[in-house]
Design a protein around this ligand. Structure first.
Ligand SMILES: Cc1ncc(COP(=O)(O)O)c(C=O)c1O
Length: 339
């Protein structure tokens, strides 16, 4: 009954196998190895374009902060949801890596940014007024911090608005796999074809040991040199990068990443339905592997007493996260406590 976080899950055996297989003699360091090349090619196939540049890091925070650092100048700003991970949970890493870029916060139900919330900010902005901090980047989290997914149409509309205002766009895809499975959208359609310029693409929560890709699409691919310089300077260029790339290859192999996200999403759906049947109410729609629920009196205590792990959320709900290895038996065990 571990519903604490998808970062508490073990790594998938195929990932461990791939790391062991890559542990074969000497290999060029700092990304010049053949696993890195193959993982870049595999990502190019997944996103159906050759027009990308890819690099790898170990944490989602590093991916976000480095990605944003190539998009936002020190005197610029990043438009994001007020509950975005980059605002609430990264200890100022985006501001640190951009050398001072500000976060401009937007409210929005279920932690989603809307065209309606973004339009007045852009209408009020005067890029030529020296006292104002212009917003240069839009950052969307997919899934959002409330476990909700933007549709492809949402992403398209928000990115179009940003591009029309001369901004660039970033997606925090720490749980992109879960969003793709629940929306039935392809990786390409949800990202660059919808206007995303730079993607932080997470594998760790989905079953890797520790592997995240930063993907620069189209025009932004030209910024790879700048990104690599920052990756080195920021201490995020693993000397034995082959082991990170090997994890990504294992996750992509045969669509494992989507299968694992599908398992986690399914477990979350069953859990959410069970909560509702037990009289609790959902705080947000469940689009992926996170369930935010307002439990009835005594239910949280009963679950904890039975050994269930989950977090109390600042908004008063309880957060349950399912993982690639959460079984329906785990879910039923929790629901039996409430029956
Ligand atoms: C939406 C989102 N983005 C980024 C991250 C950062 O990942 P990491 O903990 O690997 O730095 C997380 C982690 O929980 C997250 O939930």
């Amino acid at each position: 009954m571990n519903f604490a976080s998808d970062t508490t899950a073990p790594a998938h055996p195929d990932v461990l196998q791939a790391v062991l297989a890559a542990n074969d003699g000497a290999a060029p360091s700092y990304g010049a190895d053949r696993w890195t090349k193959k993982a870049q090619q595999a990502l190019s196939a997944v996103f159906e374009t050759e027009d990308i540049a890819v690099t790898f890091v170990n944490s989602g925070t590093a991916a976000n902060a480095l990605a944003l650092s190539v998009l936002c100048p020190p005197d610029g700003a990043i438009l994001c949801h007020e509950n975005a991970h980059i605002n609430r949970d990264e200890r100022g890493a985006p501001e640190f890596y951009t050398h001072g870029g500000k976060l401009h916060l937007l409210a929005g139900a279920h932690d989603l940014i809307t065209v309606g919330a973004m339009t007045p900010v852009l209408a009020d902005m005067d890029r030529h007024f020296v006292h104002e901090t212009p917003v240069d980047v839009l950052s969307l989290s997919q899934l959002s911090e409330a476990g909700t997914a933007y549709t492809r149409e949402d992403v398209k509309a928000l990115c179009a608005l940003a591009h029309n205002a001369d901004m660039r766009t970033h997606m925090d895809g720490a749980r992109l796999a879960n969003a793709l499975v629940s929306t039935g959208c392809s990786p390409a359609d949800m990202t660059w074809r919808a206007g995303v310029d730079v993607l932080s693409f997470g594998f760790t929560k989905n079953g890797a040991l520790g592997a995240e890709a930063i993907i620069l699409f189209g025009e932004q691919a030209k910024r790879l040199g700048a990104l690599e310089a920052r990756r080195k300077r920021g201490g995020h260029m693993p000397p034995k990068q082959r082991f990170v790339a090997a994890q990504v290859l294992a996750m992509l192999q045969g669509g494992l990443w989507l299968d694992l996200a599908g398992q986690a999403n399914k477990a979350a759906q069953v859990l959410a339905e069970g909560f509702v049947n037990a009289g609790a109410s959902l705080q947000h729609p469940v689009h992926g592997n996170e369930v935010f629920v307002c439990l009835r009196d005594g239910q949280a205590e009963a679950l904890r007493k039975a050994g269930a792990q989950f977090y109390d959320w600042p908004d008063g709900s309880a957060r349950f996260v399912t993982c690639w290895n959460t079984t329906l038996d785990d879910v039923q065990a929790a629901l039996r406590v409430l029956s």
